[in-house]
Design a binder for this molecule. Structure first.
Ligand SMILES: [Zn+2]
Length: 260
């Protein structure tokens, strides 16, 4: 009962795998707050505040963006989207990377969860968040540019391990997104990039849900945000309802496009 562990196995090429330990109920929770420098408490999820969740750079139904188009091969679609998400999440992280240091983020945290790396021999490796993100990005870069795994030449087949490797990439990219919200949302807001982060996150979550690429047990730590951001905006009503009784108001009803 002291800890809820979510073990996720490394898939495919035998490289790295990761373990996430939810310390919400654990007595070791204090270890998630190195030096008390980054003590993001449950009650301080700034990114859930409506003034931030309503900010996107697009406001159309992302589901339409992720469904497999007719005449497109599934693996080609997964490869194209996964590569794009890797590039965009890498770019989004780079905007705050100067604030994500071994001092500020001594562990890779997100919502009271710490992610650990395991080396190629399965040995648990403690690392700082920037080290972890570097592992993620290096691994993703290696995989998406490997012609044997993400073939770009006409007629070249995808390997049998392709889907499991895509899942592995998406799982790691989710960790980076979760860390961005958990540890660097303030800096993201200061840079006025929260609309981009919200849109990227929602697009990513809708995509991985569509193709079951990340175990819901992995993404559940961010379900509160996902439910807000991934709810499609309702069609524009002819007249705004003056009072909405009973059910909770939908935050997405306030969606609008932020121009930049
Ligand atoms: Zn960080």
């Amino acid at each position: 009962m002291l800890k809820l562990a979510v073990e996720v196995q490394g898939a495919g090429d035998g490289c790295l795998c990761v373990e996430a330990i939810d310390l919400t109920l654990g007595q070791r929770k204090s270890k998630t707050k190195p030096n008390g420098k980054k003590p993001p408490a449950e009650e301080k999820k700034q990114y859930l505040e409506p003034e931030f969740t309503k900010i996107r750079v697009v406001d159309f139904d992302l589901k339409e963006l992720v469904v497999l188009p007719r005449e497109i091969d599934l693996n080609e679609w997964l490869a194209s989207n996964t590569t794009t998400f890797f590039n965009l999440i890498n770019l989004q992280y780079s905007t705050i990377s100067e604030f994500c240091t071994g001092d500020t983020c001594q562990a890779m945290t997100a919502c009271n969860t710490i992610y650990y790396w395991y080396d190629e021999r399965g040995k648990k490796t403690k690392c700082t968040a920037p080290q972890y993100v570097d592992f993620v990005m290096s691994l993703c870069q290696k995989l998406v540019t490997d012609e044997e795994i993400f073939p770009t030449k006409y007629g070249k087949e995808f390997p049998n391990s392709f889907e499991s490797l895509v899942k592995k990439i998406c799982r790691y990219l989710f960790h980076v997104l979760a860390h961005l919200y958990w540890a660097h949302f303030k800096e993201t807001v200061a840079l006025d990039l929260q609309g981009h982060l919200n849109t990227l996150y929602a697009h990513f979550i809708v995509f991985v849900r569509e193709f079951n690429l990340v175990d819901p047990k992995e993404t559940c730590i961010m379900d509160d945000l996902s439910e807000i951001l991934c709810t499609p905006a309702p069609p524009p009503a002819p007249a705004p309802a003056p009072s909405t009784p009973a059910s909770a108001p939908s935050p997405s009803s306030q969606n609008h496009v932020t121009e930049r």
